[in-house]
Design a protein around this ligand. Structure first.
Ligand code: FE2
Ligand code: FE2
Length: 406
């Protein structure tokens, strides 16, 4: 097959990106496009507005929602340590083993997936001009030809660039015509005008309340911001999409609530983001990790992931901060004498933007001014559910409710 590869931040994805994919597919040079939302782009290391998994799943939902045929979203960069230089990504992606498995997992027949493939790196004509300054451009050209989009009326001196790349690096450059709008992701998030964002992405952005004041992370240290991005990539290996986005949403909301109720924003961001990190581990592993943190305090299956998460974050990420670890450990049950951080993570877990198990508007409104009031509303709902199901309320929750004067 002739395979086009299209990398980018997609922060957010917009109609210009979609036009690029559609025009490349129409060009006749390629049979399909593999889209790679970046993880650690050398040009935008940690400066993207959203951590990588949000951008990956936004692209997936968009490709699916628009029903883009012969277009596959790829997470290859999650398996690469350090900066995801194009040369490094291509070495992995174009290896026989990786590419055939990837194509098969996207519904391509084995025979076709295992044949010899030719690869093309899709890019705009503006980026083509800077190609020779990239990291190991010669090596990149060992894996791919370049497939550059030229907009009608574009005055970039493409032929000159093509000749230079051929002379200096010996690479092949093909040109295709780009039909479509000219827009930029940063222009969209700065202006707040989402008219050039495809509908499935708009829906996704709304569902998770992205590109808002909360996701700007103002007042969060640079170090915590980087840690948040890294934690998101790390958790990608342990959680499915829905739960991963939920736990990251709790990070954002906890950081916001920390602002409102005067507690450490950095700690709230990290504790919130990590609160469900152990939830999809095998139950035996959860049990073992839970015991290390809290002995036999939690035995019910549904509760194990909380203390297990504290141990997991500690052992795997080296997080030693007791306040963070406790906030993770008690996020499901609550406990007596809770710290503000623990209260925030407890509450944020129940009301983050994508939660829709009931009308949460009154609790969300209360959460902006009265932390304990909002907790009381949440705890009352939990109590009612347990009573109706004839289940016992955990002793730690009873202690929390006593403190909340319930
Ligand atoms: Fe949880
Ligand atoms: Fe949760």
């Amino acid at each position: 097959m002739k395979i086009g590869i299209y990398g980018g931040s997609f922060d957010p994805v917009h109609n210009g990106h979609i036009a690029m994919i559609r025009s490349a597919l129409k060009s006749g040079f390629i049979d399909c496009v593999i889209v790679i939302p970046s993880v650690r782009n050398s040009f935008k290391l940690y400066t993207n507005k959203l951590p990588p998994p949000y951008r990956l799943y936004m692209m997936k939902e968009t490709v699916e929602g628009l029903d883009l045929k012969n277009c596959y979203v790829c997470d290859v960069e999650y398996d690469i340590d350090g900066v995801s230089y194009t040369a490094v990504v291509l070495a992995k992606l174009t290896s026989d083993e990786y590419i055939s498995e990837f194509l098969i997992s996207n519904g391509i027949k084995r025979k076709k997936a295992e044949e010899h493939h030719e690869f093309f790196w899709i890019m705009g004509s503006d980026t083509l001009g800077t190609f020779e300054t990239w990291y190991k451009p010669g090596e990149i050209l060992n894996y791919v030809s370049l497939l550059a989009a030229v907009r009608p009326g574009d005055d970039t001196d493409v032929e000159k660039t093509k000749a230079s790349i051929k002379k200096n690096l010996g690479g092949k450059v093909e040109i295709f015509r780009l039909d479509g709008v000219d827009c930029s992701s940063s222009g969209i998030t700065t202006s707040g005008d989402y008219s050039q964002v495809p509908e499935p992405a708009v829906e996704y952005i709304k569902r998770h309340a992205l590109y808002t004041e909360n996701t700007k992370l103002e007042g969060v240290s640079e170090e915590a911001r980087k840690q948040f991005f890294e934690v998101a990539v790390w958790m990608y290996h342990y959680l499915g999409g829905k739960r991963l986005l939920h736990t990251l949403n709790v990070g954002y909301l906890s950081a916001h609530l920390a602002d409102v109720f005067g507690c450490d924003k950095d700690k709230a961001l990290i504790a919130g983001a990590l609160h469900d990190c152990a939830k999809e581990l095998p139950i035996e592993q959860q049990l073992e990790l839970a015991k290390k943190y809290s002995g036999d305090l939690f035995t019910e299956k549904k509760l194990l992931h909380s203390p297990a998460g504290a141990t997991f974050a500690k052992e795997q990420l080296g997080i030693e901060d007791k306040e963070i670890l406790d906030a993770i450990c008690y996020h499901t049950t609550g406990k007596g004498d809770m710290s503000t951080l623990e209260k925030i993570v407890y509450l944020a877990d129940k009301i983050e933007p994508s939660r829709n198990y009931t009308d949460l508007t009154p609790i969300r409104e209360a959460a902006e001014k009265d932390l304990e009031g909002a907790m009381r509303m949440t705890a009352a709902a939990v109590r009612d559910k347990f009573v109706s199901q004839g289940r016992d309320i955990h002793p730690m929750t009873l202690l929390m409710m006593k403190d909340l004067k319930m």
